[in-house]
Design a protein. Sequence first.
Length: 318
Amino acid sequence: MNKFVRWSGVVAGLLLCTAAHADTTWPTRLIKATIPFGPGSATDVVPRIFFERLGPELGQTIVVENRVGGGGAVGTAAVAKAEPDGYSVLAHSSALTITPAINASLPYDTSKDLSSVIMIGVSPQIMIVPKERPWKTVDDFLKGAKAKGSSINFGSVGIGSAVHISAEKFRMAGGFEATHIPYRGGPEVIADILGGRIDFYFCPAATALPLIREGQVRALVVSTEKRTPELPDVPSLAEVGLKDGVSNSWIGVFVPSKTPREIVDKMRDAGLKVLAKPEMQAALTKIGVEPMPMEPKAMDELVAKEVAANIALLKNVK
């Protein structure tokens, strides 16, 4: 037998054994999870609850890092371009599918450079207003907004964020003008809602619920088809006749697209075990998040569908 052929066969065998060994032993060191938004945001709170439990399930420590900038693009790019070895993961929200609609020159391709692992959950946004405002219902608000014109304003955690899109969909469905004020992060928006400096904010449930329960703000509507169990007295957008304004916000986990399937499957299986635990479900329910297990392929399809829909939507946003 030709020595080169024989040696090539040995090398190929060694590589196959090494790959198989890597697949069965992963993870052997700590995993870094990147959150592309600031501390205290829903996209920070929910994944931290999940990763805190996923680490022990995998038998490794998961270190969470907030990497802010570019409406989530900075942290997303860091993971999309990272080594696809299972040690760099991304926790992102529906905003992942919005960024391509507002930035045509992203340093990554959302569909090609990232692969879905698991959906943590889905949550409504809650329209909150300062408690000093006179509006008690959505109808009250819409009448006031139409009378005031663009002097009505609303906050978001950045242009193209999920909460920005929810507010724009509500504005268009309600037929009124409003001025958008983007902030660097959720805590800054909340500070100005509490201070009465902005009129409304479509706030993630995880952040909004404690403020509502403490009477610091007033909730007028939730962004979904149905009411959320945590706020049984607050109507949904569909209920008040604004079905075109309905939106959900999901949070999921992603990895670089070339990450081996065996690693993705192992991470997903561990995540499903975490989401099935009663204490995890209770922790999510408390902050208005419904667990939403979904196969990676279905997640990839959802992301592609939402990217296309958001590109179409943002053509109509001023």
